[in-house]
Design a protein around this ligand. Structure first.
Ligand SMILES: [Cu+2]
Ligand SMILES: [Zn+2]
Length: 193
């Protein structure tokens, strides 16, 4: 594009909203999302990048300043990361990032098979961690009408894998919903598409 033509495109751009302008300038933008992971105080603790290419969705996450060990890691249903907020389906429950709802679960499965169940995030002794994997969902699944949220928990996730000798009746509802990964310590908003 000549310098004059790109200046004209830029001027036309100014007349549109920024979002519409971005789409027009680079249609491939829609296949990639980058979101900030923040703690309940709003402090950045990492970045999550999600890229869809040829039907495969690659997720790349990097964190720092977290406690060492395995952390439960999921996509939750709603793109709202509010500290000390109420759960969308039960306003009597409040806590950090409860605004994001439960695990992304369009098929009504039990925990361990939720669409939003991700591999555990391992944080090293120095507080940093990174993870790259192929997800089972598409960007369209994540960018539905209310968006979604990528969540890191305080503790490890048991994927509802509780041996029968400990729970002859099977795991309870908490476990089959959450994997007992504990408090929500970092959250990233994936905006609606
Ligand atoms: Cu979660
Ligand atoms: Zn789950």
């Amino acid at each position: 594009m000549s310098r004059r033509a790109s200046a004209a495109a830029l001027a036309a751009c100014g007349l549109l909203t920024l979002a519409a302008c971005g789409e027009e300038a680079d249609p491939d933008d829609r296949n990639e999302v980058s979101a900030k992971l923040a703690d309940p105080d709003g402090k950045k603790v990492g970045t999550v990048e999600i890229e869809e290419d040829d039907g495969a969705t690659q997720i790349n996450v990097r964190v720092s300043g977290l406690s060492a060990g395995y952390h439960g890691f999921h996509v939750h249903t709603t793109g709202k990361c509010e500290a000390d907020s109420a759960a969308p389906d039960d306003s009597s429950k409040t806590g950090d990032f409860l605004s994001a709802g439960g695990h992304l679960n369009p098929d009504d499965s039990a925990h361990g098979e939720h669409l939003g169940d991700l591999p555990a995030l391992l944080v090293n002794e120095d507080g940093t961690g990174s993870l790259e994997f192929t997800g089972p969902f598409t960007l369209t699944d994540l960018r539905d009408a209310d968006g979604s949220a990528v969540m890191i928990h305080a503790g490890p996730d048991n994927y509802a894998n509780v041996p029968e000798r400990y729970a002859p009746e099977g795991p309870d509802e908490d476990t089959t919903k959450t994997g007992d990964a504990g408090d929500r310590i970092a959250c990233a908003v994936i905006e609606a598409g």
